[in-house]
Design a protein around this ligand. Structure first.
Ligand SMILES: Nc1ncnc2c1ncn2[C@@H]1O[C@H](COP(=O)(O)OP(=O)(O)OP(=O)(O)O)[C@@H](O)[C@H]1O
Length: 132
């Protein structure tokens, strides 16, 4: 039983090492991190509903998952094919496409959920400033 929990703890530790590797080495991950913080701050500011948050968390997780899998793919491709190879290129390009699709669709979903309330909030603020 103790061994079971110990090995689960080790797995968790490995997952965090992988997570830190992505944060440390992938420039795209820095963009995702900034986008994640900005989206969460704006979401709190707009007081999004529970369901809106559920969708936002889902699409944020989708982008991060795509980035993590793409990084894993890049590393395995580099390991298997250190020299240039057309198949290695296709493998990496397809991985990059997955991140692109996740990021683009998340942006659209973010705009659909937060676009209208964000503009309404700005208009509200603007009307308060004009009265003063
Ligand atoms: N071994 C290879 N053989 C052929 N083409 C490759 C190889 N490695 C990389 N490429 C090409 O170079 C591109 C960039 O690959 P690289 O490994 O530098 O990814 P990256 O710059 O880290 O990607 P990202 O910007 O998504 O993090 C790939 O999408 C692919 O088109």
């Amino acid at each position: 039983m103790i061994k079971f929990f110990y090995t689960r703890l080790l797995s968790l530790r490995n997952a965090f090492i992988g997570w830190w590797y992505v944060i440390r080495t992938q420039k795209n991950a820095w963009i995702h991190a900034v986008a994640t913080v900005v989206v969460c701050l704006v979401g709190f500011w707009l007081k999004l509903s529970m369901w809106d948050w559920a969708v936002i968390v889902l699409v944020i997780a989708m982008v991060w998952t795509a980035e993590f899998l793409n990084t894993a793919l890049e590393i395995v491709v580099d390991l298997a094919s250190p020299d240039l190879h057309p198949l290695a290129r296709v493998g990496k390009d397809v991985g990059a496409a997955a991140v692109l699709i996740a990021a683009a669709s998340s942006t659209i979903i973010g705009i659909l959920i937060m676009g209208k309330p964000f503009i309404e909030r700005l208009q509200h603020l603007w009307s308060i400033l004009r009265i003063k």
